[in-house]
Design a protein around this ligand. Structure first.
Ligand code: CS2
Length: 496
């Protein structure tokens, strides 16, 4: 075991000594062609890696400028001290594989580096601005799909268009500069978040923001800017000390910002890039005309069951996803939920085997090396529940079908908002609506019916056309009663 702190730091002149941890020894330092908003672990283990491979396969100046929107100067400084280098630690049942990634060339922290960011975004070499900012980063009004005008950060950006903090504010300000700039060409905006129809959703938010600020600009954006949709998939937990140790032990270098991930990865992209794109198709990404079926399959099968596992586990006391699915009743519940309730709502191309997809997911969840914490997935439920679970429930109701397990998942989220596990252990709720949701949950004093009534009033999560349906209320009430009487583990056993 090396003590990471005494080792040399990962920097570009160390690369010749790291040959076995590089995708290929060939490398020409690219110029920056992509700005990525939300430089978290997911981007670094997914799109950045595909982009490096694409440059190795077919060249191109697609170096990445990563931006942290939360003012995380610590992250910026750690990555810049390594000249953008970092390691991806792929953890499978058969050990860890460490790859040092070179595609990230610059890291900026908003709002501190606003001037540098806007200089970058104005540069015609930037042909793609991609995003992983999580659901809440879109500042969307869930009722209309337009930008949320009652969001104080949005109001700030409309009042101070040159000092934007939100994603729509930044994109609109940058697109204005591009329209008025030397070659008048926009960049393509590529959403890589887990939202249904993520490209179209982002387009609507950006255009509605621009409409408030400058209707002519809104027309230009609507006519000229491409917002392709994508489905991204790779399980990427938060970094722990274990990754720093693995990197130190295998490479002999000190990496302050490694990223763990599973071996599996998938990327389906709508092929609309007027300004060009990296050769992602040469390195395993699927470039398609319509990403919708893949997006819905992933959101409902993977993210839907992930959230189900997370809330039931928070109540029932399973710390990680692999621990949860090693519990036979839990595994059976998730298997049955995918087979009987989710898969029938999907319309897939003939080549897509949905049951094989289900089995592969269960195998990925069982990966014992990943230690994906349920508490991480449980965050931001108010944003995740609608696309992951409620859309599936609505499809079941439309088709006149039952949805007891999906209802159990939604009920588990409601119980989770009481902020304690079945054994009384307390935990934090991390959600943009946390204080309101927790106050509503507490007002029920542990009464299942009251809990349901209180939380169904949250229109940002539950649309009236769903809460008005007696079959929805009935299924939810039944599930809440079950969780209340038997606890999560008892309810899981009873819900097979
Ligand atoms: C997870 C996702 O944290 C979560 O909500 O469901 O991050 C999931 O791991 C990825 O979407 C997998 O591609």
């Amino acid at each position: 075991m090396s003590s990471a702190a005494t080792l040399p730091r990962l920097v570009r002149h160390a690369l010749p000594a790291l040959q076995t941890h590089l995708l290929s020894p060939q490398w020409r330092e690219p110029r920056i062609g992509i700005v990525h908003l939300g430089i978290g672990n997911f981007h670094r283990a997914h799109q950045a890696l595909y982009t490096e491979e694409a440059m190795l396969a077919a060249g191109g100046d697609w170096g990445i400028c990563g931006v942290t929107l939360q003012g995380d100067v610590g992250k910026r400084d750690a990555l810049m001290a390594q000249q953008g280098l970092y390691s991806v630690v792929e953890r499978g049942p058969h050990g860890a594989k460490v790859t040092v990634v070179r595609a990230l060339r610059e890291v900026l922290a908003m709002p501190h580096d606003r001037t540098a960011l806007f200089a970058r975004l104005a540069d015609p070499l930037i042909r793609i601005v991609s995003l992983t900012v999580t659901e809440k980063g879109y500042c969307r009004d869930p009722k209309t799909g337009e930008v949320a005008l009652d969001d104080p950060a949005v109001a700030h950006d409309l009042a101070h268009p040159l000092e934007p903090r939100t994603v729509p504010g930044i994109l609109v300000a940058a697109l204005r500069e591009r329209r008025d700039g030397a070659n008048g060409e926009p960049f393509t905006v590529l959403s890589c978040d887990n939202l249904a129809h993520n490209g179209a959703a982002l387009r609507q938010v950006v255009c509605s923001f621009a409409q408030q600020a400058d209707p002519e600009l809104a027309d230009w954006i609507a006519a000229r800017v491409a917002f392709p949709s994508t489905m991204v998939d790779r399980i990427v937990p938060a970094t722990t000390e274990a990754e720093r140790t693995t990197v130190a032990d295998t490479t002999g270098y000190q990496d302050a910002a490694p990223v763990p991930c599973e071996p599996f990865r998938q990327w389906v992209i709508e092929d609309r890039f007027p300004g060009g794109r990296p050769a992602w198709d040469a390195v395993g990404a699927q470039l398609v005309v319509d990403v919708t079926p893949f997006e819905l399959a992933k959101l409902r099968m993977l993210n839907g069951t992930h959230s189900t596992l997370a809330y039931l586990s928070m109540l029932g006391g399973f710390d990680t996803i692999d621990a949860a699915v090693s519990h036979p009743a839990m595994r059976n519940l998730i298997h049955a939920m995918m087979t009987q309730e989710i898969a029938p709502t999907l319309t897939m191309p003939a080549s897509f085997d949905v049951l094989a997809y289900r089995d592969a997911l269960l195998e990925r969840y069982a990966n014992p090396a990943l230690k994906h914490r349920c508490a991480q997935i449980a965050m931001d439920g108010s944003q995740k529940i609608p696309p992951r679970l409620l859309a599936t429930i609505a499809a079941r109701i439309d088709a006149g079908q039952t949805f007891t397990r999906l209802a159990l998942a939604v009920a588990a989220w409601m119980m989770f908002l009481q902020a304690h596990a079945d054994d009384g252990m307390r935990y934090e709720i991390s959600d943009p609506l946390a204080s309101r949701l927790q106050a509503l949950a507490a007002s029920a004093h542990g009464e299942p019916q009251a809990l349901m009534d209180a939380l169904l009033s949250v229109r940002e999560v539950f649309p009236a056309n769903l809460t008005d349906l007696p079959e929805f209320r009935k299924a939810l009430q039944h599930a809440l009663q079950l969780l209340h009487e038997k606890g999560a583990r008892g309810a899981i056993a009873a819900s097979l």
